[in-house]
Design a protein around this ligand. Structure first.
Ligand code: PEP
Ligand code: MG
Length: 557
């Protein structure tokens, strides 16, 4: 029997978690399934289809917008006559309900493969297939998360990440998938500590095994640790919780370095349902990834719907500035209302701003919604995935057209994301046209290291602390010549030590996940800009990310 653990706290955002394992998809043990006669198999299949429908309806009704679309689409598949008719035919021919369902879905797969959003559709089909087989074999279908625990998943897709309840999911361990895949960053932004790409470290983990991990600074995970080791994890967690409680007391105060430079700490907000809880974390402003906020909508949200959503969010968030990032669709992010062509390398393909060059309508609507809402709440517009000056000029021209129709609100500020190395390398040509640039370290890292952000096998390579990435950040900051604000909105700055390093590189605005805001502010207040600049200079001279991590760890411990 393993040691008894106290569990970590809810949505802590601390990067440390302790608790019992919840296995997202327990093994199905199909071999143990005992088929009955044809009539019985028919009844069984009938019954589980009805049960699955009820479950999906309940899931779709949870108060997170994306659920409705994801689970609604699963229901559509569940009721697709091409699948159900085939399954019942197979049952009538003497196949067990389990294999009948699997075969019926298999037959349907080529059709799904031909759809414009094939990867998403195939994923939905996998989920539905698993649900039916689970119900037939008496295996739990959801990690029905009433008891707090640490969720173990093969990979974490954005749709699932946005539905998880941080009050119950104390932490997540992904077996595959990289540490800056979109699902992972969504979960982290929502305060759920996450240990990505655990691979063999968690092989054989079973439901209710105790998992403890540290996923910030050092990377350590243990399954059923011995009492001594568990006590060490618990001490780390307790120390962080204490620091967090102290930091929380000053969360709403601005973050000045000890020598008086103001660093604004924004935070990500991904779903309207999360916004209310996030206010307490004291962010100075907010960044909205619109493809996540509206990603659950089955139809393109209208100008009016978007404007109202921005205004609602503004009210909930105390009318602090919100940076609205325009649609960043493509790569590993799809939305139901904008099918994209299939590509060999979607991360190097038509994504972000590129999507709209030949069909600008959705972008025009979004820019208009921002301009309209900005009359009542302070908003900034941020274009993602800009590579060339010509692209930037095109986007600014599109904005000018909209402004020509609806007027330019006083509060509106305009910026771009710098996440393509080519944009970083010619930053000066861009910064002079803009109020701000925000460096997206998630993509900047994958494009600088040629290591896909969602690929578990490459997570050591795709490290935002690689000095090559840090050099690009310093370059952008230098090129801005302090005339244009340089921000960071990649995931790495959720770690307070890394956030401090970025300030030393010249960044003046950060965007951690909301739960990390108090700790990031606290870290910056204890350091002077001068010492952070020296720290950053030393980091730039390091050989690799590992050395940088050691450097900042020794500085702040
Ligand atoms: C980034 O690339 O760092 C970023 C913030 O954008 P996203 O993670 O949504 O691609
Ligand atoms: Mg990006």
């Amino acid at each position: 029997m393993h040691a008894k653990a106290r569990t970590s706290s809810q949505g802590s955002g601390l990067g440390v978690a302790i608790g019992p394992a919840i296995i997202a998809k327990p093994d199905l043990h199909l071999n143990a399934y005992e088929p009955g006669d044809r009539a019985k198999e028919r009844r069984r299949l009938d019954k589980v289809l009805a049960k699955a429908d009820k479950q999906l309806r309940k899931l779709a009704a949870q108060p997170v917008r994306a659920n409705a679309a994801i689970f609604g689409a699963q229901r559509e598949l569940l009721h697709d006559r091409r699948i159900t008719d085939a399954a019942f035919e197979l049952v009538d021919s003497g196949e067990p309900a389990t294999t009948s369902w699997t075969q019926a879905v298999e037959r349907h797969r080529p059709w799904l493969q031909g759809l414009p959003d094939a990867p998403g559709q195939l994923e939905l089909a996998d989920s539905v297939e698993h649900r039916i087989l689970a119900l037939l074999t008496g295996t739990p279908t959801e990690f029905e998360t009433t008891e707090p625990g640490i969720l173990v998943v093969p990979v974490l897709d954005p749709g699932m990440a946005v539905t998880l309840d941080p009050k119950v999911v104390l932490g997540i361990v992904t077996i595959g998938g990289g540490p800056t895949g979109h699902g992972v960053i969504i979960a982290r932004s929502r305060g759920i500590p996450i240990f990505a790409a655990a691979g063999a470290d968690v092989s054989g983990v079973e439901e209710d095994d105790i998992i403890a991990f540290i996923a910030r600074g050092e990377r350590r995970i243990a399954v059923n640790p011995e009492a001594d080791e568990l006590a060490e994890f618990e001490r780390t967690l307790a120390a962080l919780e204490e620091l967090q409680a102290e930091a929380q007391a000053h969360a709403h105060e601005p973050a000045y370095t000890s020598d008086g430079t103001l660093i604004e700490i924004y935070a990500n907000v991904l779903a309207e349902a999360d916004a209310g809880d996030m206010v307490a974390k004291g962010a100075d402003g907010w960044v909205i990834r619109t493809e996540i906020l509206f990603g659950g909508s089955p139809h393109p949200p209208t100008v009016e719907e978007q404007e109202q959503a921005f205004l609602r969010l503004g009210r909930t968030l105390g009318n602090k500035r919100m940076i609205v990032r325009t649609w960043d669709i493509g790569g590993d992010k799809t939305v139901p209302f904008l099918p994209l062509d299939q590509e060999e390398n979607p991360f190097l393909g038509v994504r972000g701003l590129r999507v709209f060059r030949n069909r600008p309508e959705l972008l025009i609507d979004q820019v208009e919604a921002v301009c309209r809402a900005a009359r009542f709440t302070p908003l900034s517009l941020m274009f993602p995935m800009v590579t060339t000056v010509e692209e930037l000029d095109w986007a600014l021209g599109l904005l000018d057209d909209v402004v020509g129709r609806v007027g330019r609100p006083d509060s509106l500020q305009v910026g771009i994301m710098v996440e393509v190395p080519a944009a970083a390398l010619r930053a000066r040509l861009m910064t002079q046209k803009l109020d701000f640039v925000s460096i997206g370290t998630n993509d900047l890292t994958q494009y600088t290291t040629a290591a896909e952000r969602g690929n578990a096998a490459l997570h050591v390579l795709a490290d935002p602390l690689d000095p090559a990435v840090l050099r690009l950040i310093r370059l952008v900051a230098d090129e801005s010549r302090r005339e244009t604000l340089v921000a960071i909105c990649g995931d790495a700055n959720t770690d307070p030590d890394v956030a401090a390093l970025f300030v030393g590189l010249g960044v003046r605005e950060l965007t951690p996940g909301a739960p990390a805001v108090p700790m990031v502010k606290a870290r910056l207040r204890t350091s002077s800009l001068a010492e952070l600049t020296t720290l950053a200079d030393r980091a730039l001279a390091c050989t690799d990310a590992h050395e940088v991590r050691e450097l900042i760890r020794s500085k702040f411990r």
